[in-house]
Design a protein. Structure first.
Ligand SMILES: NC(=O)c1ccc[n+]([C@@H]2O[C@H](COP(=O)([O-])OP(=O)(O)OC[C@H]3O[C@@H](n4cnc5c(N)ncnc54)[C@H](O)[C@@H]3O)[C@@H](O)[C@H]2O)c1
Ligand SMILES: [Zn+2]
Length: 401
């Protein structure tokens, strides 16, 4: 039984419209003079790289750029980035993009600091100590990677995704400028936004910290639900209920974009301390095989997993329904909890998340294999409020197929 809990974050968080203009100062104070920016061709094209480069150059910071980032990056993208970074000899790494580029930047900082291959650090708490300073500048409102301890990669040979988890991977500074998300296309806004909702709902309904089943001798950055993580999750859910649909349907609405940027970061603070659970465990084999985006896989599975977890977390789901804008006055707890599932299903439709696994290209005869793979991801399954078997995983996939 655990009686204390901890809360970890990026060391500093700079939030607000135009925040990137402070990047020169921020980097000089790390202190750093040579920064290696990890980004991708799309962000270069839409002018986001220029928005970051300008303030850095004005502060006389030398900038090297890797623009070979890809969505759901493989370990080989990480290796290519590290190779380029080594040539540049940076004293800080800057991740510019959605979760994909930010995760590559975090992995790059670790591999520039310690010898070895990416695979050596896959798993929970395997990075030996502090890494080169990382500054993360998110351009989606989704993963929260700018404050989290995780970096996620695809292993194409095995059709799976793997995570490197360590509090040493938390960025030194998160610079969250909602204006950078305005160029996000509708699908990216929807997928990343529902990923943030998944983070917040999985954290809010997680197993309690006192009951977190961590086997003796094992270490984990996740610790189950605790009061501060829970507060962050609640605020994230409220913000997403208010802003996600609008951000998807009217991408130029600055208030909606700002609300979602805050929600994603706060959801990241929550889940990176409490943990994510069954939705994420089920998404990893699905995403590894079908190459759907992390957000659309999660968004599709979320209501199915909520229904599975409902008996264990009725009061929580009843509150979530209200935060998502459902009128639950006068309803029984059971009926109000059901409304949370209905609210997420409606949101899925409103923002265009696919409804069925076969729409993502999953085949019915793959579902057992997915279930067996998901069942091995104990580090997140132990966060789930209801115990899960491989058969349960398969049944959930079938209900979503
Ligand atoms: N580290 C973590 O804590 C964590 C948490 C959740 C998910 N993830 C990982 O993050 C990845 C998903 O990240 P994501 O949802 O942010 O999407 P992403 O980073 O994969 O980006 C998706 C696409 O959107 C484009 N894009 C991003 N911002 C844009 C902008 N402002 N304008 C135009 N185009 C833009 C990118 O170029 C890319 O093509 C997955 O690999 C997932 O596993 C990591
Ligand atoms: Zn996620």
């Amino acid at each position: 039984m655990r009686t204390t809990w901890t809360f970890h974050s990026a060391v500093s968080l700079v939030f607000g419209r135009g925040a990137v203009r402070q990047l020169g100062d921020i980097v000089r104070r790390l202190p750093a003079r040579r920064v290696f920016v990890v980004t991708d061709a799309t962000l270069t094209k839409v002018g986001v790289l220029a928005a970051v480069n300008g303030p850095l150059k004005e502060a006389d910071v030398e900038v090297g750029v890797f623009d070979g980032g890809e969505p759901e990056p493989s370990l080989s993208v990480l290796e290519r980035c590290v190779e380029e970074a080594r040539k540049f000899r940076p004293d800080a790494v800057l991740g510019l993009g959605g979760g994909s580029n930010m995760d590559v930047s975090k992995g790059t900082a670790a591999l520039l600091t310690y010898a070895g291959k990416p695979q050596d650090y896959v798993g929970d708490d395997r990075i030996p100590g502090p890494v080169m300073p990382v500054v993360c500048v998110p351009t989606t409102a989704g993963t929260g990677s700018e404050v989290t301890a995780a970096a996620v990669f695809t292993v194409p040979e095995n059709h799976v995704k793997v995570g490197v988890l360590s509090n040493y991977l938390r960025p030194r500074v998160a610079v969250v400028d909602p204006q950078l998300t305005h160029s996000c296309p509708r699908k990216v806004t929807a997928d990343s936004g529902i990923d943030a909702l998944t983070h917040a709902i999985e954290a809010y309904t997680a197993v309690d910290n006192e009951e977190f089943p961590l086997p003796t001798g094992e270490r984990s950055v996740y610790q189950g639900r605790h009061p501060l993580g829970e507060m962050c999750a609640e605020q994230a859910i409220r913000l997403i209920g208010k802003h996600l649909k609008q951000a998807v349907q009217h991408g130029d609405d600055a208030d909606a974009r700002e609300g979602m940027a805050l929600a994603a970061t706060v959801a990241g603070l929550s889940f990176s301390n409490i943990g994510v659970a069954l939705v994420h465990a089920l998404e990893y084999p699905l995403g590894g095989a079908t190459h759907c985006s992390h957000g659309e896989g999660n968004g599709l599975l979320l209501p199915h997993v909520m229904r599975f977890n409902l008996p264990a977390r009725k009061a929580e789901f009843a509150r979530i329904a209200g935060w998502l804008g459902e009128d639950v006055r006068g309803l029984s707890e059971d009926a109000a909890a059901e409304r949370a599932v209905a609210a997420v299903e409606r949101l899925q439709v409103d923002i265009g998340i696919p409804q069925r696994l076969h729409d993502l290209g999953a085949k019915q005869d793959q579902l057992r294999e997915f279930a067996e793979k998901a069942f091995t991801i104990k580090r997140i399954l132990r966060v789930n409020p209801r115990p899960v078997t491989a058969d349960d995983c398969e049944a959930i996939y079938r209900s979503a197929w």
